[in-house]
Ligand binder design. Structure first.
Ligand code: 3UK
Length: 567
């Protein structure tokens, strides 16, 4: 066992006996500059995020308030704050006494969103472990990469997702123990039934001394959605998560204790972890954790739970709005409980904002965040929100638009978005740290400009997705936004395709709404429509009609896969 890691910048010694994460932090000169401005961003040197979010809620007298809602072992449940704390304490005992978890060990968490998955996350972090979430659809090979990269020894896995993890195990020499949860009580398989996590937890005490971690101990390793290549592992400390809770949620979202949160992003994605677990806990609200989150099931669940705050991706808002518009009567889905709807993950097209407004009367709160910065850093409150712009930098963060040499550009000019604040990118042992963090700034890989009139940040494209055609810079998302205004278009994705004469041409992949033929006349009509909507040179010279678009589990369009498609 390595000696405890000390000498952290604030002088607090680590609680981690397993120093794997601290040993693999970027070198000091490669670290992002951290800024803690204002009274809400002053943190004690010793801090456990779950003590601050859960134990303190119960201590404050919120024990009886509803906390987690959803399905557990086939039943609909609502667990109060006190119950969630007791359950997390029991699971923490199983981890420590039963499985030998030592602070600093990584624990793989695997499951669709559910109350028990959230309890597992809280238990790992309470016990001083490092939670490593995995997207439900990952296959054995991808799980192996994660287990190997994070040197994971323990796993808590939803029984219904046990197969891929079992298939991965021969290639995971570090993985010592796997426990399953959410099995049906009558399941005949021993490891799923009698030795399930729930059975072991039921026999454990319901009090647990939350490990007194240092504010800068790593609590979370979030793998990036990894559109290409080896996924990057972004590490976050206990303080990072509390800092995120202290910025965008109170400044922009402004949720209250009576809110009922709901949405689609997996807890393995920091958009989901913040929006569907940490932010509701921070205000004493409750959160509905859904296993199935297709647009129709999400609509139904909003109605059923009288949800008030929704988090999902732009495409999901668009699909829900179109479904709602097609409903014979407004009564099929009653969305009148909704108060706040947050869109993130990719750019929000103005047409989608309008559709949602028409369907619900609500103004979407757009926000750009990243796995590396943990959560949203540019966003706008409903009153400031306007089509086509992401919003203002969230108080606590600073943003700049930089040119290729790192010089700050004036408003109106397109450049690289650079962010500083109380959170920042810390990749686990990865040379790509040097491209995300430069001179202390976090470079998100997005091209943005600041509107010279209202000062809002306006998204252009991913920096490597800019289409340069005939000498013009064309941002694919702008062409997508224009196409989405056409009544026949359900979804679309725009990329640049190599072209001898122009360097690149704009190429659009289009999913039409039912009943519209994908023929030459339609292609012509769409090209004409774009020319009339935005600068004519941006029109798609090539159009491909398709049945669906390739997307990640978090709703992001996989442009690299569109580029791979040979037509
Ligand atoms: C893009 C957006 C325009 C942008 C995320 C909220 O998406 C999240 O994290 P990822 O690491 O991806 C980050 C990248 O996604 N993006 C996200 N939101 C927007 N582009 N407008 C937006 N509103 O390219 C960014 O660099 O998967 C989002 C909270 C937590 C997150 N992790």
């Amino acid at each position: 066992m390595a000696t405890p890691h000390s000498g952290l910048p604030n002088g607090a010694s680590s609680a981690h006996r397993d120093t794997f994460a601290a040993d693999r932090l970027p070198a000091p000169e490669a670290m992002p500059v951290l800024v803690f401005d204002g009274p809400d961003l002053q943190f004690e040197p010793r801090l456990n995020a779950v003590a601050a979010l859960l134990d303190s809620a119960v201590a404050r007298g919120w024990g009886a308030r509803p906390c987690l809602r959803g399905q557990a072992q086939g039943h609909a449940v609502t667990w109060s704050y006190a119950e969630v704390q007791a359950r997390a304490n029991r699971v923490a005992h199983v981890l420590v006494q039963g499985l030998g978890l030592v602070p600093g060990n990584r624990v793989l968490l695997r499951g669709a969103n559910s109350p028990m998955l959230a309890v597992c996350w809280l238990a790992v972090v309470k016990a001083g472990g490092i939670a490593v979430g995995t997207m439900p659809l990952l296959r054995a090979r991808e799980l192996q990469v994660i287990v190997d990269k994070a040197q994971i020894s323990l796993a808590l896995c939803d029984a219904r997702l046990s197969e891929e993890l079992a298939a991965a195990r021969p290639g995971c020499p570090t993985l010592r123990e796997v426990l399953h949860f959410n099995a049906n009580a009558n399941d005949t398989n021993e490891s799923l039934g009698a030795h399930s996590l729930e059975t072991l937890a039921a026999a454990a005490p319901d009090a647990f001394d939350t490990v007194d971690t240092a504010a800068e101990d790593i609590a979370l390793i979030a793998f990036t959605s990894g559109t290409t290549g080896v996924p990057k592992a972004a590490m976050h400390t206990h303080r990072d998560m509390l800092a995120a809770c202290a910025c965008w949620p109170p400044q922009v979202l402004r949720a209250v204790a009576d809110d009922v949160f709901i949405g689609s992003p997996p807890l393995a994605f920091t958009f989901g972890l913040g929006g569907l677990l940490l932010f509701p806990l921070a205000v004493g609200a409750s959160t509905v954790l859904l296993e199935r989150v297709a647009p129709d099931t999400l609509l139904q669940a909003i109605t059923e739970h009288r949800a008030t705050v929704c988090f999902t991706a732009p495409t999901s808002y668009r699909a829900m709005a179109l479904m709602r518009a097609a409903e014979p009567s407004a009564a099929t889905h009653d969305l009148s409980s909704l108060r706040k709807c947050v869109s993130a993950g990719e750019a929000l097209p103005a047409a989608t904002r309008t559709l949602w407004q028409q369907a619900t009367g609500l103004t979407l709160i757009d926000g750009i965040g990243s796995t590396e910065l943990f959560h949203i850093f540019i966003s706008a409150r409903e009153d400031d929100a306007r089509g086509g712009a992401t919003g203002y930098v969230v108080p606590g963060y600073t943003a700049a638009i930089l040119d290729d040499e790192g010089r700050e550009l004036p408003p109106g000019q397109v450049g690289r978005l650079a962010i500083r604040g109380p959170t920042g990118c810390k990749y686990l042992d990865d040379p790509r740290q040097a491209s995300y963090v430069q001179n202390g700034w976090n470079l998100t890989g997005d091209a943005y400009l600041v509107d010279p009139v209202d000062g809002q940040f306006v998204y252009q494209a991913r920096t490597d997705d800019m289409i340069v055609s005939g000498g013009y810079n064309i941002a694919g998302p702008e062409v997508e936004s224009a196409l989405l205004l056409h009544p026949a278009v359900a979804e679309c994705g725009v990329i640049g395709q190599a072209d001898e004469a122009r360097g690149m041409i704009v190429k659009a992949f289009i999913v039409l709404k039912p009943g519209h033929p994908g023929d030459a006349a339609m292609a012509q009509a769409l090209q004409d429509f774009v020319k009339q909507t935005i600068a004519p040179y941006k029109y798609p010279r090539e159009i491909v009609f398709c049945a669906h678009l390739p997307r990640t589990e978090t709703g992001k369009l996989q442009r690299f896969r569109l580029r791979e498609i040979q037509t």
